[in-house]
Design a protein around this ligand. Structure first.
Ligand code: 0L1
Ligand code: MG
Length: 266
């Protein structure tokens, strides 16, 4: 049981392993900060990076990054006022058309996102939304399925960062468009669960424009000597708040120009 594992303050490797075990065993646990109360944001990013190394060591491939908490709707619900950055690996891809694998998830929630596929390398400092957008090859619709490893999605920002921002799965919409000519601040999405509209938003909900979120990611990576590479994906953050996905429920996000993403109930 993940709960029985002890985390000593400062034991980054253990904290990362405990979180990955909670994910593997589909078992929610208490927050890391209950056992490591002094865990701060830099420490949480170190745990997150260690967990990425453990994922890579078991054969997963790094395919990009995800921003979290970029919209006011999500920040308000979490009582948190700054975005987070986390890693995407190929194990998190849910191919379009596949049902949600419920047996792999604790308490999934779905959120619609605008996704960038990078055409050029991008790293801070000094990246603006305009320069960031020039490095983008394609823009896709997406739906992220988040699944916190913490009971009741109850955590501090440091816990959530250590937990790779609740990453679980994401679906990339089949339509990829050049960013040229797109008005991503006005790109609209309607989110439906079991055919019922549950929320709607535009790209402006994501830091004013999703390219602002991309610039934020590139600058944050640059501070750490890292970069976004050509071909990598960037999930720019939920446009709406994330909605709980009951067992068997289907999810559909219909975008105004980027197409639709549907996930059948699992
Ligand atoms: O993708 C996200 O916005 C996740 C951020 C982490 C907090 C949460 O679980 O909502
Ligand atoms: Mg997200």
């Amino acid at each position: 049981m993940a709960e029985a594992l002890e985390i000593r303050p400062g034991d980054t490797r253990r904290a990362a392993a405990v979180l990955l075990e909670a994910e593997r065993s589909v078992t929610a646990r208490g927050p890391i900060t209950a056992q490591w109360p002094t865990l701060d944001l830099p420490g949480a990013y170190t745990v997150q990076y260690e967990a990425l190394q453990q994922r890579l060591a078991r054969g997963e491939k790094l395919i990009g990054v995800k921003l979290g908490l970029t919209s006011r709707a999500k920040q308000l619900r979490m009582g948190i006022d700054s975005p987070s950055l986390a890693w995407l690996t190929d194990a998190m891809v849910l191919p379009a058309g596949e049902p949600l694998p419920r047996e792999r998830l604790i308490h999934p929630r779905a959120e619609p996102e605008i996704v960038f596929v990078m055409g050029e390398r991008l790293a801070g400092p000094g990246v603006t939304a305009a320069t960031a957008l020039r490095a983008v090859e394609r823009v896709h619709a997406g739906v992220e399925i988040i699944d916190s490893r913490f009971q009741d999605f109850s955590f501090t920002l440091a816990d959530a960062v250590a937990d790779n921002s609740s990453s679980a799965l994401f679906v990339l919409g089949p339509v990829g468009r050049s960013p040229e000519g797109l008005d991503l601040a006005h790109e609209a999405v309607l989110l439906e669960v079991d055919g019922e509209p549950v929320d709607s938003a535009t790209g402006a909900a994501v830091q004013g424009h999703p390219a602002e979120a991309l610039a934020l990611a590139a600058n944050a990576l640059g501070e750490r000597g890292l970069a976004l590479e050509p071909g990598q994906l960037v999930l720019t953050g939920g446009m709406t708040d994330a909605v709980h996905v009951r067992p068997g429920a289907s999810v559909r996000a219909s975008f105004s120009t980027l197409g639709a993403v549907s996930i059948a109930g699992g």
